[in-house]
Design a protein. Structure first.
Length: 176
């Protein structure tokens, strides 16, 4: 069995990889993201460079999985962003965004590895007490995946941005 791709932090110099990943994500699962493929294709190289530079910092981080030492052979991506605390007495909350595993790497444990690293980084580096994400109400596979990883539905929901007749359910996992 082939080893899992390496998981690492997205660097500002990875802007070409980010562009490739984002375009693949939007083409493969367009209803999963608020951005459209057409809008992403219109972005300039400078905009992609700025985007990559902003995706890891004091309150966010982006993990990528790739098979090469030079950032080639993209396999997956997961982004964590700290939400603004509503009260200074409450622990910080993180949000999981842009979750994606390329079709050829699905079912091999890469999503597990990315999620474990994202939760660890949210807790240890971003000081978050919990991590949340939104899941389409009809995505039973994603709901089951996150439940297996300790996420629970919170009872909160909002209209799904791409189809407001459906709901996006909020799931949350407490971090140690």
């Amino acid at each position: 069995m082939e080893p899992l791709p390496r998981v690492r932090r997205l660097q500002p110099s990875d802007w070409r990889l980010l562009r490739e990943v984002r375009l693949e994500m939007l083409k493969d699962t367009p209803m999963a993201y608020v951005e459209s493929l057409e809008a992403a294709r219109r972005q300039t190289e400078t905009q992609w460079q700025e985007r990559a530079a902003s995706m890891s910092g004091d309150s966010s981080l982006t993990l990528v999985a790739d098979a090469g030492q030079d950032g080639s052979s993209f396999c997956g991506l997961m982004r964590v962003v700290v939400k603004e605390p509503q009260s200074t007495e409450k622990p910080l909350q993180a949000m999981l965004l842009s979750v994606y595993v390329a079709p050829g790497h699905r079912g091999l444990g890469l999503a597990d590895e990315l999620l474990n690293e994202a939760c660890k980084a949210a807790s240890e580096e971003l000081a978050a007490g919990s991590i949340q994400l939104g899941v389409h109400q009809d995505n039973s596979r994603a709901l089951a995946f996150y439940r297996r990883h300790g996420f629970e539905t919170t009872g909160a929901s909002r209209p799904y941005p791409q189809d407001t007749s459906k709901l996006e359910l909020t799931m949350e996992r407490r971090l140690s």
